[in-house]
Design a protein around this ligand. Structure first.
Ligand SMILES: C[S@@+](CC[C@H](N)C(=O)[O-])C[C@H]1O[C@@H](n2cnc3c(N)ncnc32)[C@H](O)[C@@H]1O
Length: 194
């Protein structure tokens, strides 16, 4: 089966079976870029299902052609705006892990309203996740890190916890770039409360 998930209709929700052909829960790489992390983690865990969501067509095409070449059965990639996908296309409670890795931090104050995580959007993330599901966040941008932690904390819908297996977590393409420039990486793991 091809990696691309092309929904016939952007105005309805999709079950895990419709996206992958089987399964009960899946993981989402929100803003998957060229898919370095998505394809690596899918190879690491062939028993889990992964959906990459990316708004740029060129990047999505790369993910799909690499996924097809690797013959991965447990990966799909969707072209969509991340928040729209979570709000309108996901069946509530169907996502086990939401990977939110090196998102655009929109550093200028006048652009903060473009940030995907806001106090008002945290309930959307929570609704998409299964009870006990995880929001895994990594960034090189300290101020955005503090922003996301504060938004999530203010909702009381998640509990921030240790990330015990962080060592085994694949690097992303942007992470490699930032680390090669000596930037520090900030990581947070939040568990969705029932
Ligand atoms: C800085 S890159 C990080 C890519 C990848 N996660 C990594 O760490 O290598 C951010 C990616 O998120 C995508 N993106 C930004 N905002 C998005 C949104 N609202 N919905 C979907 N994708 C988005 C961008 O097109 C870009 O590919």
């Amino acid at each position: 089966m091809a990696t691309a998930f092309i929904p016939p209709d952007y105005f309805r929700r999709y079950s895990v079976t419709e996206i992958f052909g089987n399964g009960q829960e899946y993981e989402v790489d929100l803003g998957c870029g060229d898919g370095g992390f998505l394809l690596a983690v899918a190879q690491q865990h062939p028993d889990r299902l992964y959906l990459g969501v990316e708004r740029l067509l060129g990047r999505l095409r790369k993910v799909c052609s690499r996924g097809d070449r690797l013959g991965l059965q447990n990966v799909r990639a969707l072209r969509a705006e991340g928040l729209y996908f979570l709000e309108w296309m996901v069946e509530p409670g169907s996502i086990r892990r939401l990977h939110y890795l090196f998102p655009d931090p929109w550093p200028k104050e006048k652009h903060h309203k473009k940030r995907l995580v806001q106090e008002e959007t945290v309930p959307t993330l929570h609704r998409a996740l299964a009870p006990g599901g995880e929001l895994l966040f990594r960034t090189d941008h300290e101020e955005y890190y503090e922003w996301v932690c504060a938004c999530v904390k203010s909702s009381a819908l998640f509990e921030q916890t240790e990330w015990p297996d962080l060592e085994d977590y694949p690097d992303t393409d942007f992470q490699r770039q930032w680390e090669s420039q000596g930037r520090s990486i900030h990581s947070a793991r939040f568990i969705s409360k029932a």
